[in-house]
Design a protein around this ligand. Structure first.
Ligand SMILES: [Zn+2]
Length: 170
């Protein structure tokens, strides 16, 4: 039998059990007209007799909720493609300025433009890939911490007599 390390009481429960016992998923009838925001975050308009559903949680259940899973970093591709388009435009503009301020030093139109565009794509692509790499590493780090916290949560118990929270390793 597991007992509280603080007061030796055996009235102890797993955090998971406390959390699950205090969390109810409900569905209720309503005859209102309005807009409700569901779990998905999408507004839903209801009229007449409708039903609503959601999660109701006691304070205790909320307190002993499992750790939140970290959010995956958003896909860097869209942002990366956007930055490349921007780079090409900027390269073109810079080349145009060069032909105006120093026309005698400007290499052949197409060659010069090509060089500037390639340089910008390489430089900004490099910056972008480093940024994505940093985000990925941060996410993996957060995921590792989450798994550790989750494991600890699974092994955690709470004493209903003195409120002590403790980890039981078997
Ligand atoms: Zn206790």
């Amino acid at each position: 039998m597991i007992a509280c390390p603080s007061c030796a009481s055996e009235a102890v429960r797993k955090l998971r059990v406390i959390h699950e016992a205090g969390t109810t998923y409900y569905e209720s009838e309503s005859d209102n007209v309005g807009v409700s925001i569901g779990m998905s975050g999408n507004p839903r308009i209801y009229t007449g007799i409708g039903s609503s559903e959601g999660v109701r949680q006691s304070k205790l259940a909320h307190r002993f909720a499992p750790p939140d899973e970290p959010l995956k970093p958003s896909n860097g591709c869209l942002w990366g493609c956007g930055i490349h388009v921007f780079a090409v435009l900027l390269g073109g503009i810079l080349y145009k300025i060069l032909t105006v301020i120093a026309p005698e030093k400007t290499p052949g139109h197409k060659v010069g433009l090509g060089i500037i565009i390639v340089l910008y794509i390489v430089a900004l692509g490099f910056i972008q890939s480093r940024k994505d790499g940093g985000q990925k590493a941060a996410y993996e780090d957060a995921l590792r911490r989450y798994h550790r916290a989750r494991e600890e949560w699974e092994k955690s118990w709470c004493c209903s007599k003195c409120g002590e929270v403790f980890v039981v390793t078997e």
